[in-house]
Design a protein around this ligand. Structure first.
Ligand code: CA
Length: 454
């Protein structure tokens, strides 16, 4: 899938896209949806990220500047023009050929060089909006959200807190563990997240549970896969074709109320501890943009069982992973007031996942469940072996056991002298992710951030 659009030498007339540190060079072109004011109303528009700007694709299609090469792909271009009229990218995202054409046309418009005439000169000015001043919507219509548990390091560390002698349950290496989340409370980066209230376990054995604001509010650094083409009910997606169903990836913060979770999770799994808010980044980095950054899946060396047949595919083993570096940053209200930037809490890698997205899709549909276009499949907390690669505070502030009892959690000291074991009101959590490989342009995901409000 690596082609001319990945050429490292391509440059754009949008100067900020040529900055080596930008998330959105001309080789990326991630999809988004945002609001534009006209005729006295806010209207949803489609865009792609380019440098520190959004290119307004809805305006360009309205102006009928595409295709620039009608003879070559006239019919497909007509289909794309038609599909651009549907809301939430419906009509486009289930068609990899249309997503590919859109990418080529957007790239052609943005390529460095003099504008081809007065209309294009005018459009170059009018079709760019600064990201910092843009009101984003979720990039697609999210009908369903499923959250997996695909990091073996996360599962082992968390397991050790509850079952020190037997941290990893016997099913883990056979079945991709997940639960159905709540799509209605998935919000786009920048939306404040309200601290939930809920039931918490009794303070003493046999006592009554309490009800009140969560005292152990946490984030979970995850990567989300957006489904392009769904499947019919009763028609599982085979592992070999599962990767083709991925429109692209976003960053996900699965905000988690640990005290509520601890009390409610048995026997049916998480419920209110996870459904009060899930933040996603506004840009979908497409499968095509990510093609150079595919990597081998988890190596099941001699000690690990091979996956069952329906989860095993040679190509998936070879290139089912994504080499994405992931970071979590925190800025307290006091840090903001003092003009201090955020501090980094962790840096991990998506290479470390035990299950690939193709395996999660194949498993999810194996019983006949239908995925739908725009569905969000999150990976579960991304944690590595190193202590500073742990993707949530539950793991980061854990200090192990002593004489059969958990030691007091380690506080993380902020530059203001404040300490954090879990999140405080006013804390901003910002996640970032990017891909790098020799011979290719570095690409990133933009920010996935939110402030905790009381
Ligand atoms: Ca999670």
């Amino acid at each position: 899938m690596i082609n001319d659009t990945h050429n490292v030498n391509l440059r754009s007339w949008v100067e900020s896209a040529n900055d080596p540190e930008t998330d959105f060079p001309i080789q990326n072109l991630p999809l988004c949806c945002f609001l534009m004011e006209h005729d006295g109303h806010a209207h949803p528009h489609y865009g792609v990220g380019i440098g520190d700007q959004v290119l307004d694709l809805s305006m360009l299609w309205e102006a009928e500047v595409f295709p620039t090469d009608a003879d070559e792909e006239g019919t497909l271009a007509d289909e794309l023009a038609d599909a651009m009229g549907y809301p939430h990218w419906m009509g486009v995202i289930d068609r990899p050929d249309l997503v590919g054409l859109l990418r080529r046309e957007a790239q052609r418009f943005l390529l460095d060089g003099p504008a081809g005439g007065q209309q294009q000169r005018r459009l170059r000015q009018r079709a760019l909006h600064p990201i910092a001043a843009t009101r984003f919507l979720p990039p697609v219509s999210l009908l369903n959200y499923t959250d997996f548990y695909a990091s073996i390091h996360h599962a082992s560390t968390v397991g050790a807190m509850f079952r020190p002698d037997n941290p990893l349950l016997p099913n883990y290496k056979h079945v991709p563990i997940g639960y159905h989340g709540r799509a209605s409370s998935v919000v786009v980066s920048g939306t404040p997240v309200k601290r939930p209230k809920g039931q918490q376990s009794p303070e003493s054995e046999g006592g009554a549970p309490g009800f009140g604001p969560c005292k152990m509010l946490d984030y979970e650094m995850e990567v989300g896969c957006i489904i392009g083409r769904g499947n019919e009910i009763g028609e599982p997606v085979g592992i070999a074709e599962a990767s083709e169903r991925i429109l692209g990836l976003v960053l996900v913060n699965d905000w988690s109320a640990r005290d509520i979770q601890k009390w409610e999770y048995q026997p049916l799994g998480p419920f209110l501890a996870k459904n009060f808010g899930t933040t996603i980044s506004p840009f979908v980095v497409t499968s095509e943009a990510l093609a150079p950054f595919r990597c081998a899946g988890w190596s099941r060396a001699n000690v690990d069982p091979q996956p069952l047949e329906y989860l095993r595919d040679e190509r998936d083993q070879r290139e089912g992973g994504f080499d994405i570096t992931l970071e979590v940053w925190l800025q307290s209200a006091q840090m903001r007031e003092n003009g201090m930037g955020p501090v980094r809490l962790s840096r991990g890698s998506f290479r470390d996942m035990y299950w690939s997205f193709a395996q999660m899709i194949a498993h999810h549909t194996s019983g006949g469940c239908n995925l739908q276009q725009g569905d969000l499949i999150a990976s579960g907390t991304v944690s590595g072996v190193a202590a500073d690669s742990r993707g949530c505070l539950l793991e980061l502030t854990w200090d192990g056991m002593e004489n059969g009892k958990a030691k007091p959690r380690k506080g993380i000291e902020l530059p203001t002298g404040e300490k954090r074991v879990f999140l405080a009101d006013g804390d901003a959590v910002v996640m970032r992710g990017w891909c790098e490989r020799e011979g290719f342009r570095k690409i990133g995901f933009g920010e996935c951030g939110g402030v905790v409000v009381g």
